[in-house]
Design a protein around this ligand. Structure first.
Ligand code: SAH
Length: 253
């Protein structure tokens, strides 16, 4: 059987207990070597076969999965963060369906959660934004036109831009075509939760300049929105003494 596992954003202790258990039991691990922390491979048992998918094509990955399955082996396909975000798992799952190889998927902590934690930030601050847009700039991989960064920026919601740290001048320009202004708070988080993590707070107007100043070109997220700095926000209803919930009677009830 094949187990897709989210490795988490970097720090090896941020994998789930289920994911760690699957790694310990695996006969074979195929890990996304460009971003998965190799420290996680220390969980592998003696004799486990390990492949780095950064050096492989989809066809080569599928070949290994098929070969391992023919020996009744358990294979972990280890993806960075959570595999549902830019993980390219659908194409692997569809191929496994065609080959009649069973699989399951264990979620992981996505890097956008790791980045928020590094900033002690809450994306969904009441009265500020109740929406998180996860997106990327069109680069060598296209983005549907209706999802262009400028189009999504019209909402002024909390936003996380993946896969675009090498294109910060363009990210900045596109964001400014939407509802954000030069003064809208922004942040760059490089290698969130890794020992070499860098957190740079800036504004949309200084995004490109800040990236250049700190040499951030890859493995980083751009976070944008008033959630990063809002001093005025509404307190939560859930913990408001006057508000009645299923579990607690409010003062005014
Ligand atoms: N599935 C992953 C994302 C893979 S796409 C997840 O859920 O996080 C790869 C992009 O993710 C990188 O270009 C970068 O933008 C972002 N990324 C992955 N790990 C990161 C980390 N630890 N810190 C900051 N950005 C990260």
């Amino acid at each position: 059987m094949v187990h897709f596992v989210g490795a988490g954003p970097g720090a090896p202790d941020l994998i789930t207990m289920r994911g760690a258990d699957l790694l310990r039991r695996a006969d074979c691990i195929i890990y996304a070597g460009s971003l998965v922390n190799p420290a996680l491979l220390a969980l592998a048992r003696d004799g486990c076969t390990i492949y780095n998918s950064a050096e492989m094509t989809l066809e080569q990955v599928l070949e290994v999965l098929q070969e391992q399955e023919s020996q009744n082996h358990e294979t972990v396909r280890l993806h960075t963060g959570d595999a549902s975000i830019y993980g390219a798992i659908r194409e692997q799952m569809d191929a496994l369906d065609r080959m009649k190889i069973p699989y399951d998927d264990t979620p992981g902590v996505s890097s956008f959660c790791g980045a928020a934690a590094a900033l002690n930030a809450e994306y969904t601050l009441p009265g500020v934004s109740q929406t998180v847009i996860i997106t990327r700039l069109a680069g060598r991989t296209p983005v549907p036109p209706r999802e262009s960064l400028a189009e999504l920026a019209k909402h002024g919601a909390s936003m996380v831009v993946f896969l675009s740290a090498g294109l910060l001048p363009e990210v900045q320009k596109e964001l400014l075509r939407g509802a954000y202004t030069e003064n809208t708070p922004a942040a760059l988080v490089y290698k969130a939760t890794w020992p070499e993590e860098k957190v740079v707070r800036c504004t949309v107007g200084t995004l490109a300049q800040s990236g250049a100043l700190h040499g951030i070109r890859k493995t980083a997220l751009v976070l944008v929105g008033d959630f990063l700095q809002a001093t005025a926000y509404d307190r939560s209803k859930l913990y408001d003494p006057d508000f009645t919930t299923e579990y607690r009677k409010g003062n005014q009830a």
